[in-house]
Design a protein around this ligand. Structure first.
Ligand code: ATP
Ligand code: MG
Length: 362
């Protein structure tokens, strides 16, 4: 028998429903490991970082926290955010610190239209729709460049500056990633989204890099949209989407739009990848801590469970990842849905059903 694959996970449940959905995802991985006949084992170490930690210690994670995660095979992340802690503090203090600390420059966000889910999109082939959003995850509008209060310089009332950094290197690596991914899909197409008519420096650079890189992929179809038109096209012509690549901010906005079209923000999975593979990648659902429903056990765990599938796929357990996705689709097909999708099932019940379906879809 071949050697057992051992996976060491760093788990950061975070705040609100982050803790609930991470628990659901770990139940799925645990079940698969136990049923794998020694193919793989996993152990997880928990890091209690997040807003509660912040309220006690004045920071989102311990000193040198990012370094403590370096030796792990992957990071499984819940969500951060809590009323009373400014969102920019919780985001920069933990999630972005990890993404940037480990140079997880590619954020992969598949949008899947699952069977049995009531959708907000009326499209003749709605069941066959799916696309992948590739979000530039290291620079752009999230570069943190700027400052506040320049009023001492004769500018009167407070003034704030927020700049976006676009580098040729950063644009090129994410655009190539999108083209390489497109080559693995049935329809080979990349759509690039910018606002280069109004953002005349960084996004024009992005467009130029896109045109240059596309020449290395003559087998891949291309399309370029401005973000405002793209928002409309997501709704009107979703069948045109296959692999979509956009800047940090635009792709974030469009992924909420895409997942809402597919039925709920709670469905969306995501992977923050360091494609060089020399640091751990991080897997998390797209949604936030959802304080409005936290603690009730009713959150939709599918985004987090789908993220666990992305994680296993990244770790070379491709069959297991595929099993998870099939089991999710079987559960929704059976009409076993959480409240955000119009159902009545709670987080644990959905997870039980997916576990049950893991053996059925094999
Ligand atoms: P963040 O600032 O962290 O992105 P947010 O303010 O955008 O957070 P979310 O936590 O993402 O808010 O939630 C947005 C809305 O979607 C809320 O009403 C929430 O209840 C709902 N929602 C998000 N995730 C889920 C989920 N997994 N299951 C059910 N509902 C969800
Ligand atoms: Mg949000």
């Amino acid at each position: 028998m071949s050697e057992t694959k051992r996976i060491r996970l760093a788990v950061i449940p975070g705040d609100g429903i982050g803790t609930e959905v991470v628990e659901a995802g770990l139940r799925i991985i645990n079940h698969l490991a136990e049923a794998s006949n020694g193919k793989f084992e996993f152990e997880s170490d928990f890091f209690p970082w997040g807003c509660e930690y912040y309220l006690e210690h004045g920071k989102m994670m311990e000193e040198g926290g990012v370094e403590r995660l370096r030796g792990y095979d992957a990071i499984y992340f819940g969500a951060v955010g809590f009323p009373g802690v400014p969102d920019h503090v919780s985001l920069w203090g933990l999630r972005l610190a990890i993404c940037q600390g480990f140079d997880q420059w590619a954020n992969i966000r598949p949008i899947e239209f699952l069977p049995g889910v009531p959708r907000r999109l009326n499209h003749p082939d709605v069941d066959s729709l799916n696309w992948v959003l590739i979000r530039e995850n290291s620079e752009g509008e999230y570069s943190g460049i700027g400052g506040r209060n320049f009023s001492g310089r004769g500018l009167g009332k407070e003034v704030a500056v927020q700049s976006a950094l676009f580098t040729e290197h950063g644009c090129e690596r994410i655009i190539r990633y999108a083209f390489d991914l497109a080559r693995t899909r049935k329809r080979k197409k990349v759509t690039s989204i910018t606002k280069s008519n109004a953002q005349q420096y960084g996004m024009v650079l992005w467009d130029e890099v896109f045109s240059r890189v596309s020449k290395d992929y003559p087998d891949v179809e291309t399309d370029q949209w401005l973000v405002d038109a793209a928002a409309a096209q997501f709704v009107l012509k979703p069948e045109e989407l296959e692999v979509v690549v956009a800047s940090n901010l635009f792709a974030d906005i469009l992924s909420d739009l895409g997942s809402a079209l597919a039925g709920s923000l709670g469905l969306a999975a995501s992977a923050n990848i360091n494609p060089e593979g020399n640091t751990p990648s991080m897997f998390e659902s797209v949604h936030g801590s959802a304080p409005d429903i936290a603690g009730q056990g009713i959150s939709n765990p599918i985004g987090a469970i789908g993220s666990a599938a992305l994680m296993l796929d990244h770790l070379g357990l491709n069959e297991e990842a595929e099993l998870i996705n099939k089991a999710i689709a079987e559960t929704t097909r059976q009409g076993i849905l959480t409240r955000d999708l119009g159902g009545t099932y709670n987080t644990d019940e959905i997870t039980d059903s997916i576990i049950e379906n893991l053996s059925k879809v094999k």
